[in-house]
Write a protein that binds this ligand. Sequence first.
Ligand code: WTA
Length: 642
Amino acid sequence: MIPAKAPHSSSHTASLEAYHERYARSVEDPAAFWADESAALDWFRPADQIMRFDPITAEIAWFTGGKLNVSYNCVDRHAAVDPTRTALIFAANAPGEYRHIPFGELLREVCRFANLLRELGVKKGDRVCLYLPMIPELAFAMLACARVGAVHSVVFAGFSAEALRDRILDAGSAVVVTANEGLRGDKAIALKAIVDKAVLGLDVVKHVLVARHTPAEPHMVPGRDQWLADGLGRQRPYCPVEWMDAEDPLFILYTSGSTGKPKGVLHTTAGYLLYAARTFHYVFDAQPTDIHFCTADIGWVTGHSYILYGPLCNAVPSVMFESTPLYPDASRYWQVVDDLGATILYTAPTALRALMRFGDEPVTRTSRRSLRILGSVGEPINPGVWRWFHDVCGDGRCTVVDTWWQTETGGILISGLPGATPMEPGSATLPFFGVRPLLMDADGREVHGNSSPGHPVSGNLCLAGTWPGQARTIFGDHARFVQTYFSAYPGYYFTGDGCRRDENGNYWITGRVDDVLNVSGHRIGTAEVESALIEHAAVVEAAVVGYPHELKGTGIRAYVVTRADMNASAADLQAQVRIAIGAFAMPDQVILVPGLPKTRSGKIMRRILRKIAEGEREQFGDLATLADPGVVAEILDLCVGL
Ligand code: WTA
């Protein structure tokens, strides 16, 4: 245990007692608590009712009757106070290249973009697909959608054409926004060409807007494609906002689940914004002097909540970082921190593991004096990595917050608070205000109390009640929403994570307990990778499992059975996944096997395949139930040396 750093006079949580006191109030009367917190937003019309929640039908609603606009709350109201205050800082791929965007300019850009969307016929409720690199236009586009009441669906620019196509179709997006190229270190990615492939023959897509980010001249389809700058050039920098109902959809974000089809997690207006804003305020102890640097990509939920909406709603300048932690070298994050005077750095354990390999020097050669808070998100942080983050990156001076949450939760649910919560390397520590975690055993019974010596308390992590940032549904499939999250433990939201509660009530996330892998902090469903492999003509069947990977946390191993009369190499099959999903989901290992271990009823015994991938060579339990027990020995032979 490491004591909390001393709070300062403007800390939002002065002590552990202050946290406990506010927490108790927040769970005893969540409606009163969140009604008070909602004063942080500007409302066009106040809410009639604070919350409504039915865990059986998964009916979740916050601030019904209230009207507001997200773009107004994140831009207009701050521009009105001080249009020169920095809103966004674009840190380009090229080292040392920055663009500061003040609130006044942001407002004009967002208005122009919003008018362009209206010109293209985009109306309230329409879905707009954003397939963009980490450039300011992405932020303008999201806020412009929010301004006119359109629902944005940001697709991470590492997804392939096929994956993008699925998401455009699922959301029914008539407008796609992209860039000619994206830049990542030494590489240029031809995003427009990927979009062309994705939308080929799709009648639903009427307009493709292309931001010019590099000199590259992509192919433009007349009547469908236009340069963003041309479209924006026609627009006035003034655009009235659409006053939205609290429960009007704000965005869809696709995430992996345990079936092949990705889920479009839907978040709504008031609850999501309030939750992103208040978690940002408390967890990062946001101050007017802060400069917030979150290294995530906006294509994932962390970027939505803690690059864009959380910081901007709080008028805290936020960095949009286009590059990678290793470009041009392992000093890059710290260089950006020094160049911009960043006070908060929010990153992922996978990036820290990659940086740790280069030793302390790339860190210690920089000053980092401006930093006061370091955050971690995306996967459990190994205590050794935590200590390096705290001792070396933060000079032992900064608070480290390990923040646990999910795409579906909208914002942070478990985390320490600076100046209040004692730090416990490897543990996300304590629930945020209004959050009620509980642990369930295999029989669906709640496990009460804290661990005691020789008696660990652990189980599947569930949540009781609701919080404003909770996802409302899966776009177009509410039954799947109920089934996925509210059926395993009736009455509760099931997270898919395993967890332990220690002697002091701290929560330790132990990782996914479902068929979802956490690879470099990215969620990837094993079923998704399997269905990508099966699309290959030579593949008969495939089973995908995770295994411990030094850098990625979890690596992907695929066992694949191919047709005897067709040739397909491991490299071909890796390429297949890159084409179907994207390079980030590519299996690290593809093992061509003669067969898969199955029960007599034909069920693949993934448990055995997982054990083999984890390095087990002997202890597989009873293999007598297998249809062909010999196959295990054959697979083991093929795995020698991996
Ligand atoms: C994992 C990312 C341990 C967890 C915000 C969760 C974590 C999944 C942590 C959600 C953490 C996220 N400690 N595990 N601090 N943060 N996870 O939807 O397994 O991309 O269920 O949201 O990441 O991933 P998602």
